[in-house]
Write a protein that binds this ligand. Structure first.
Ligand code: COA
Length: 220
């Protein structure tokens, strides 16, 4: 029998997460997951309509669903690492259980460890001996090189490349199409802008853009 699952986040990545669930169910023959609905504290009207169109129930805000979350499988489908961390910590304090979601069209190598709450989208490629921390997101077309580590709540946006032997600190965002060169370390809470090429270690909390990437500020 399928397990119930709640998706937190009615926005774009929330609906992409629903697609990952649908693909897992389709690939498995019989459904592994039964979507109970979507929680969002302040969904935009257009997002509510988009969910309604695909027959997904809006459950309301997180606080009002504390009882439902207690013991339920859930995943946070929100792109911002900081927001995702805040919500996941709350949901887990209320007894919710993070699921692991890997799209069947992702390529996942040997000796890959994927922690609870992680979402790997279709077209992502994860090489050998990679570790994905709790609630890490690997977006469509992103590539994670061999022996790399994405700590908790990292987001690797579409088409970004994290080369081999890289460590990405907790709550860091790697922007769409960015590249982090091999062996580097990206500190906690950093932001690598879209299309940047990171050629040196990145200090915690810094915002980097350009080729080669330079510091342009501190993450808020
Ligand atoms: C780097 C980033 C975090 C900066 O965000 P921000 O602080 O809101 O920056 P702003 O949009 O106010 O832009 C500030 C300046 O930086 C420039 N800039 C923004 N992003 C840039 C990038 N990725 N590379 C180079 N320059 C960039 C802007 O052109 C602007 O320049 P100006 O001051 O000369 O006009 C953001 O633009 C980014 O790249 N985020 C990742 C986005 C992503 O991956 N999207 C895909 C989602 S699926």
């Amino acid at each position: 029998m399928a397990d119930g699952i709640i998706v937190i986040g009615a926005g774009g990545f929330g609906r992409e997460t629903l697609d990952v669930i649908a693909a897992i169910n389709a690939a498995n023959g019989e459904p592994l997951w039964d979507v109970i609905g979507v929680i969002d504290d302040a969904p935009a009207e257009i997002q509510v309509e988009r969910l309604h169109d695909r027959g997904i129930r809006m459950l309301g805000d997180a606080e009002g669903n504390r009882k439902l979350l207690d013991g339920a499988h859930y995943v946070v489908g929100i792109g911002s690492p900081a927001v995702r961390a805040r919500i996941a910590e709350k949901a887990e304090a209320w007894g919710a259980r993070p699921a692991v979601l890997v799209h069947p069209a992702a390529v996942v190598g040997t000796r890959v460890r994927i922690s609870p709450g992680a979402v790997v989208c279709g077209g992502a490629q994860i090489s050998t001996n990679v570790r994905l921390g709790r609630h890490a997101h690997v977006n469509p077309g992103a590539i994670i090189g061999h022996d790399s580590v994405l700590e908790d709540f990292v987001s690797v946006n579409p088409g970004a490349i994290v080369s081999g032997e890289v460590t990405v600190g907790a709550r860091t965002l790697i922007g769409a199409g960015a590249t982090v060169l091999q062996g580097l370390s990206v500190g906690e809470g950093a932001t690598v802008g879209a299309s940047a090429c990171v050629t040196k270690d990145v200090a915690a909390g810094s915002v980097m853009v350009g080729v080669p990437a330079r510091v342009v500020g501190a993450a808020s």
